[in-house]
Design a protein around this ligand. Structure first.
Ligand SMILES: Nc1nc2c(ncn2[C@@H]2O[C@H](COP(=O)(O)OP(=O)(O)OP(=O)(O)O)[C@@H](O)[C@H]2O)c(=O)[nH]1
Ligand SMILES: [Mg+2]
Length: 216
């Protein structure tokens, strides 16, 4: 158990959906996987794990936030996922002044591990530490716990760094990585952070989902 975060189920969660979905060709939050939208899937999965209402980071003109609080990026220009993380941190500063961290989960990754937030919280030992997920040797920083104390640094970094590479921002902070195992399925090992970027990925996700359902 974490020596710093007593109740991981109380960590506020922000679903990241502020991207362009350019490879999908249409807003991927509303793409259907076995008849249910990615947004509906991810939000009901998170609701079963966490106690606070989920916040949705997406555009101001979002068609349907499904009852979630909508927080758009405050910096215009689609500056990448960290713009969404910044919106999440700034929102939490106001909404949850007692919280030390915010969790982010992207809308396009329906197979994320249910113990994601608990395991990320386990490795946090101070109010300034970041925890990110990894699998098969690859980092997945969109699945992270972000210290609210880093909001000012992130805001200034986004405004001044030309390339805005996530790994360059991480290099400024104390980062802990948590490796998650592949999920065994009837058709082989599934990366729990498999993310749906294209129509072909969506078709592949249908096959993974069917394989997972065959196991249960
Ligand atoms: N708030 C915000 N989130 C972003 C931005 N760009 C990407 N994201 C989010 O970051 C996550 C990973 O991004 P991608 O998988 O590349 O999604 P995307 O950018 O919508 O898709 P592509 O346009 O095909 O790259 C997704 O949850 C996106 O919604 C951005 O500029 N602002
Ligand atoms: Mg993108």
């Amino acid at each position: 158990m974490s020596d710093f975060i007593a109740n991981p189920e109380d960590i506020p969660v922000v679903v990241l959906a502020g991207g362009r979905s350019s490879r999908m060709g249409a807003n991927k939050a509303f793409a259907l996987l076995a008849g249910e939208s990615l947004l509906a899937r991810i939000s009901s999965k998170i609701e079963q794990l966490q106690r606070k209402p989920i916040v949705l980071n997406a555009d101001v003109d979002w068609p349907d936030a499904m009852g979630m609080q909508l927080i758009p990026d405050r910096i215009p220009g689609k500056l990448g996922p960290l713009a969404g993380v910044l919106a999440a941190l700034q929102d939490a500063q106001l909404r949850y002044p007692e919280a030390s961290h915010v969790a982010t989960i992207p809308v396009d990754s329906p197979f994320f591990p249910p113990d994601l937030i608990v395991r990320l919280a386990d490795v946090i030992h101070g109010s300034d530490e970041i925890a990110i997920a990894a699998s098969l040797g690859q980092d997945h920083p969109v699945f992270g716990l972000w210290p609210i104390s880093a909001a000012a640094d992130l805001e200034q970094w986004i405004a001044s760094d030309e390339k805005r590479r996530v790994r360059d921002f991480l290099a400024r902070h104390k980062v802990r990585r948590v490796e998650f195992p592949a999920i065994e399925t009837a058709i082989g090992p599934l990366d729990p952070f498999f993310n749906i970027n294209t129509p072909a990925d969506l078709a592949e996700a249908e096959a993974w989902l069917a394989a997972l359902e065959n196991m249960s």
